[in-house]
Design a protein around this ligand. Sequence first.
Ligand code: UD1
Length: 416
Amino acid sequence: MSKYIIEGGNRLEGIIEVQGAKNAVLPIFAACVLTDEEIRISNVPDLADVVSMENILKELGVTIKKNGRERILQAKDMISDEIPSELAKELRSSVFLLGSVLGRMKKATVAYPGGCDIGLRPIDIHIKGLRDMNVVVEEKSGYLYCDGSKMIGQEVCLDYPSVGATENVMLAAVLSTGETVICNAAREPEIIDLQRFLTAMGAKVRGAGTSRIFIEGVAKLHGCDFTVMPDRICMGTWVLATALCGGETVLKGGRKSEIHSLCCKLDKSSCHIKEENGIIVIKAEQGGRNPERVTTQPYPGFPTDLQAQFCAYAALSRGTCVVTETIFENRFRHVPELQKMGADITVEGRVAVIRGMPYLTGAEVTARDLRGGAALMLAGLAAQGKTVVCDIKHIDRGYEHPEETLKNVGAKIIRV
Ligand code: UD1
């Protein structure tokens, strides 16, 4: 099992290229089965989750050609409508294939998906959305059997603006007859990217980025060329790394508006973030003042995917911050690890009270999930002495060679 060994205490200086967005590329890959024509996708990040999705697509009969960050995918002959259970368990996002395989084949079978161990992560909202569109869904021994032969466009009201359920219904609806309207849709930027992609394939979709999305079904979709949007969670992670360590970094490829909720929580007197000519410049001194509270919310609120990294930042800032996690029920597994480094954090249910310390001390810690792992990596960069982060396979699910990115800006980090 790979580990990171980090020698903390170095300022970060230099340029960071923001990778393509994991949470955009996964539903876009799923969407490729909606046409038998060739799809060319650029800015694909090199991530374990992307490889898992590619393995599932190959099992379904999709051919994939890889050339650096570009992929050419073609679902000319689909050989199966069943998403294999061993592969689906590796990747929660395999659930998107339900919508797209249904769209293409009018039936689909999928095992209950896996993914990060950050809570229950049920898929009832996905299922209800599909049932609203007349899909017959049967649940039997860990599998969902879906019959979409009578699928039609409908008004689908989501009980909660679930990102995955919004994307799944969009994917099922683009090739259905009639108009689907998704109410209480998630508004995340990745959903806008999916709309851009589907539109490039000839779909009729509008409204993404608002809570009502309109999809008028079409008979056929075609191939296209597409570039995946930059990853706003990686961007936020690198902003927090700079704020934690102090220094000056330049992020290329990101959009500041997409991390507005994070920027609002950073102490402006110690961390300046400026967007100019398509790049983001961060100038930071260690030890800013903590905000009183941070509460995770669906977009445009503070992202749950930056909560753990923010905890690492708050642990080393001045004052007390109350962090409330409203999206997932088990997302403080980084806290006991940060405590090993001297962080003063108490957790009760979904609330963490973080009292900032003047320094953290290097320790051996273990990544338990993707973003929690990133938080430990950031804490290690800023701590005094040596930190060993174990089980970094979790980090590889969402960050493309982060040790290279960090080494390029002056961090002392090696993978062993
Ligand atoms: C996506 C992101 C993930 C992010 C999350 C919230 C991808 C690949 N992943 O995950 O990184 O942390 O959005 O921003 O895009 N829920 C239900 N029933 C459902 C669906 C969801 O109860 O059918 C609950 C979940 O358990 C969770 C909350 O709703 O508590 C949000 O989930 P959702 O927005 O669906 O997140 P994902 O799409 O899984």
